[in-house]
Design a protein around this ligand. Sequence first.
Ligand code: MN
Length: 130
Amino acid sequence: MHVFPLATLDREPSDPANFTGPGSLRRIEGALSADPRVNVYRVHFEARSRTNWHTHSGHQMLFIVEGRCRYQKEGEPVGEAGPGDLIVVEPGENHWHGAAPGGAMTHIALNVNAVTSWGEPVSEDEYDAG
Ligand code: MN
């Protein structure tokens, strides 16, 4: 058993090359020491901040911890999810996720054997289509 107290996790700013707006990331390194293919991140987005469009080569699970998560899969309407909700992204799906306009959002991202390929920023029009 391992415990990862939130206060012990280093926080780094999100990479402006791949994110629009302010946010931060805590890597939970070695969450599954026996399976290095599993990577866990706690990601915080300020209101309206979001990832660029991107794909993952493996599954991604997004556990919403606080706030409202705005998300979209290419070709589908913008959606929103709240605390306790789980979003599962299939390998290869082009998508984005971030905070809704009303306030900050935090999710835990659990990536399984997944390399991320980054695309273009989500435009204001795309974001506001929600
Ligand atoms: Mn993703």
